[in-house]
Design a protein around this ligand. Structure first.
Ligand SMILES: *Cc1c(COP(=O)(O)O)cnc(C)c1O
Length: 423
């Protein structure tokens, strides 16, 4: 049974809606796109979460990829507890931030320095500022369907099959904030010119469902950037330390100028980081003219949790996890296709996606067409009824982690076969 402060999912949802806009602190957590009452999590352990109704769910959300070892892993809990006992924040340098920065740079070839922040949003926002400061240029290029957090200049990019300049995706973002943001289709190398400061990309797109980079796409971006002196920014907030110890740059052999990290490197606490070559990072204050700061940046609890995770996983763990994910993906595809559904289950390393589509999805246009079938919501609801939690939206991916024993994933596949009939 769940041990919590009492109250059901419905109680907590009603109270949340009274005092928190939409009842959630991040819109993707609401059930707006799948319907029904959100479950309120009271605790987690390994691959499971328990909701306020006392139900145990197999959790494939894993905080949208922030959790790699499973919930409440003893290594993380111990690291956080020990750090908390020494004080939670100081506003002065601490060993923990140095150790985490070293751990990141040791694992990611070409990344000489990182600065720690408190979210992936801050990491991407700051990386763009560094690129603009370093190049003295304003324009940035991003790809449709890629997500780089919710900062103004990066909140453009859905909605159009053609390149658009300066159309914000959110009310409250002035057109002027995205006037220098060029949005182009994923998996097509754009023409660049010498006004471009940076090209920012998810090297494996995982915020429009899972869309792998086409062969040659990332290498083509590298060449296109080099030709005009623009910086290539890999947003590895999901892929970093999840695809493998060196992230997507190691897996693909393409080295960007700047990296953004988040999610896994915080071990479930709020951390982001951006990094790159020393010559580029030198533009940051106090050495250079680009300002960037944070009261809780490099927070001792967060760095302790992140370091505990990075230290706990080695190459063999990633290999095993990728094998588990491949088997899981194949099982899911078989279960759904066996029910006569047109389905694609892309797998990249440990990342598993699902599209209700007849053909492989290569970009945002086809990803949206898959979402528009409405199948995901029915699949989601039917799985949840059987005790399996996917993310409540069709553009998210599944995050099997090191706590998801193959037996647990076999149960998910069996539930998927039942859910397929509801779709
Ligand atoms: C989650 C995510 C972000 C934003 O990170 P937050 O910690 O939510 O601010 C940025 N980029 C990518 C690729 C992400 O998946």
């Amino acid at each position: 049974m769940a041990e919590g402060p009492g109250g059901t999912n419905a109680d907590w949802t009603a109270r949340a809606r009274a005092r928190i806009p939409g009842g959630v602190d991040s819109p993707v957590r609401s059930f707006a796109s799948v319907g029904g009452t959100p479950y309120t999590v009271v605790r987690g352990e390994g691959p499971y979460v328990w909701d306020a109704d006392g139900r145990r769910l197999v959790d494939l959300v894993q905080s949208y990829g922030a959790v790699l070892l499973g919930h409440a892993h003893p290594v993380v809990t111990a690291a956080v507890t020990a750090a908390a006992a020494l004080g939670t924040t100081f506003g002065a340098p601490t060993p923990g931030e140095v150790l985490l920065a070293e751990a990141i740079c040791d694992r990611v070839a070409g990344c000489d320095q990182v600065r720690l922040v408190s979210s992936g949003t801050e990491a991407a926002m700051s990386a763009v500022r560094v690129a603009r400061g370093f190049t003295g240029r304003d324009r940035i290029v991003k790809f449709e369907g890629c997500y780089h957090g919710h900062s103004d200049s990066l909140l453009a990019g859905g909605g159009s099959g053609v390149a658009t300049l300066g159309i914000p995706d959110s009310a409250g973002v002035p057109a002027s904030a995205v006037a220098d943001t060029l949005v182009v289709p994923y998996n097509e190398v754009p023409e660049l010119d010498e006004r471009v400061a940076a090209v920012i990309v998810e090297p494996v797109a995982a915020n429009m469902g899972l869309v792998p980079p086409a062969p040659g796409f990332l290498a083509g971006l590298r060449q296109a950037c080099d030709r005009v002196g623009a910086l290539l920014v890999f947003d590895e907030v999901i892929t970093g330390f999840r695809l493998g110890p060196g992230g997507a740059s190691a897996e693909t052999g393409v080295t960007p100028d700047l990296w953004c990290f988040g999610k896994v490197i915080g071990g479930g606490l709020p951390v982001g980081a951006f990094g790159g070559r020393r010559a580029v990072l030198e533009v940051l204050a106090p050495e250079g003219p680009v300002y960037q700061a944070g009261t809780l940046s490099g927070n001792p609890l967060a760095t302790a949790a992140g370091l505990a995770v990075l230290d706990a996983v080695g190459p063999a763990d990633y290999t095993a996890l990728s094998a588990t994910a491949a088997r899981f993906g194949a099982g899911l595809e078989e279960a759904l296709a066996g029910a006569g559904l047109a389905v694609q289950v892309p797998v990249v390393g440990p990342l598993v996606g699902i599209f209700f589509a007849g053909e492989p999805v290569t970009g945002y246009g086809t990803a949206r067409a898959s979402a528009a079938t409405g199948h995901y919501a029915r699949f989601f609801t039917a799985l949840l009824a059987q005790g399996v939690a996917l993310a409540p939206g069709p553009y998210e991916v599944m995050f099997p982690g090191l706590a998801h024993h193959p037996d647990v994933l076999d149960q998910v596949v069996a539930a998927a076969a039942v859910a397929a009939r509801a779709v």
